[in-house]
Write a new protein. Structure first.
Length: 197
């Protein structure tokens, strides 16, 4: 009798453990899927030059840049050249969750300010006047952007790290997505700059 009881207890323990392990594995699977989704999204920003800018910014922004001969993909490629991230805690509850994310980038607002200062100095030169006379306003805008690109590429700019919390959800196809309504996230992408495009 005791042997049958011990066998039953042993079987129940094994069954309980398998259920617990299965549920842990399921949770780890969802958590892993969320991590992968966030990592993939961040990777898209990092390799944005190889993507369609229209997937990341409003068409009106692209048209404004194009009007001055500025390639949106090139601009965004410079913006995210130094982008790095670290995924922290992931909390999943059903079809929603949160992700702690540390985002590192150069402060692009500061970069634009410095580029603006350089451009102001340039604008007072004969070269600037000649450029305007021969090629027009668009050439001056390109010059401003070239100052910005040089600053970002130089490695002189300090990086800043911002911690944000992302809201995530499962879409109709069962894939995890980041809730796009998060201004703190976009500010962090641009190194804490007070703008987004």
């Amino acid at each position: 009798m005791k042997t049958r009881f011990e066998a039953a207890v042993s079987t129940l323990c094994a069954l309980t453990m398998s259920v617990v392990l299965a549920s842990c594995s399921l949770f780890a699977g969802e958590e892993g899927a969320v991590r992968d989704a966030v990592d993939t999204t961040m990777g898209l920003f990092k390799s944005i030059e190889d993507s369609d800018a229209a997937d990341f910014v409003d068409q009106s922004v692209i048209e404004s840049l194009n009007a001055y001969g500025i390639d949106a993909n090139e601009f965004l490629g410079h913006c995210f050249k130094h982008l790095a991230w670290e995924i922290g805690d992931v909390d999943v509850s059903g079809d929603t969750g949160t992700v702690a994310l540390s985002v590192t980038n150069v402060d692009l607002g500061a970069a634009l300010d410095r580029a603006g200062e350089q451009f102001e100095e340039f604008a007072s030169t004969d070269e600037a006047q000649e450029l305007f006379d021969t090629e027009g306003e668009g050439a001056l805008v390109k010059k401003l952007f070239s100052f910005f690109y040089e600053l970002v590429d130089s490695g002189e700019l300090e990086t800043t790290t911002t911690d944000v919390t992302l809201e995530v959800f499962k879409n109709e196809d069962g894939a995890w997505e980041i809730d796009p309504d998060n201004n703190e996230f976009y500010s962090a992408l641009y190194g804490g700059a007070e703008f987004s495009i």
